[in-house]
Write a protein that binds this ligand. Structure first.
Ligand code: CA
Length: 228
């Protein structure tokens, strides 16, 4: 369930280093060493981000970025270009074809993580990577872990998404339909009652330390996540 990062880089030491850094930060790393392999790896479920080297055997990084950004299915995948020093013109071209950012080699893992977080924040403001906490209930979006006063809390993927949505949108009432759109997506057909089922499961999962009281029923309207 962690985010999948595709690393497209032909130089093995750099690729392996990046892969290591990604996994160290709770991401799932997928590697590609040239243009063709990269294309083969860009299939559903799509990577959540692509780190794309400039000079690649079989086609340039810029060609690949251009191709992905002109396709409806892949245009929303954020791309960070990895460029060598002094390729100023290329950076501009990269941004022109729709790359979301670039970083100049050599860079530190810290610098890269900061760029990645900034891009994630820009493309999906509600999907922040920072751990969330309300009254001892903690949710870490990267490691996909929930704890209540440091006790591990187990829950299904839908309950996790629901809790993540609630924790990033507290103190507001949402109707079942709004929750469906935000948590399940607008193209999914699910009955309103499904929301109630998952709310029940979520409450059960977090009741150990009384956090179920945060998930409040607002009669005739829907649900609210609130510490009041
Ligand atoms: Ca290269």
């Amino acid at each position: 369930m962690s985010r999948k990062i595709l690393i497209v880089e032909d130089e093995a030491p750099i690729r392996e280093m990046l892969s290591f850094v990604m996994e160290q930060h709770g991401y799932q790393a997928v590697e590609a060493n040239d243009y063709q392999v990269a294309l083969e790896k860009i299939v559903e479920p799509f990577p959540d981000m692509i780190l794309l080297d400039w000079m690649l055997p079989g086609g340039s990084g810029i060609q690949l970025a251009k191709k992905l950004k002109s396709d409806d299915f892949t245009r929303n995948i954020p791309i960070i270009m990895l460029t060598a020093r002094g390729e100023e013109e290329d950076k501009v071209r990269g941004l022109e074809v729709g790359a979301d950012d670039y970083i100049t080699k050599p860079f530190s893992p810290k610098e890269l993580m900061a760029r990645m977080r900034a891009v994630f924040r820009r493309v999906s403001p509600t999907a922040l990577d920072e751990p969330l906490e309300i009254e001892g209930l903690k949710l870490d979006p990267i490691s996909h872990r929930v704890t209540a006063y440091n006790d591990r809390v187990d829950m299904g993927p839908t309950e996790f998404k629901l809790l993540h949505f609630f924790m990033t949108h507290p103190e507001r009432v949402y109707s079942r339909e709004q929750l469906l759109d935000n948590v399940w997506g607008t193209n999914v057909y699910v009955e309103d009652r499904t929301v109630d089922v998952h709310i029940r499961r979520l409450r059960k999962a977090i009741e150990m330390h009384g956090h179920d009281r945060l998930v409040q029923t607002v009669r005739g309207v829907g649900y609210r996540f609130s510490s009041r």
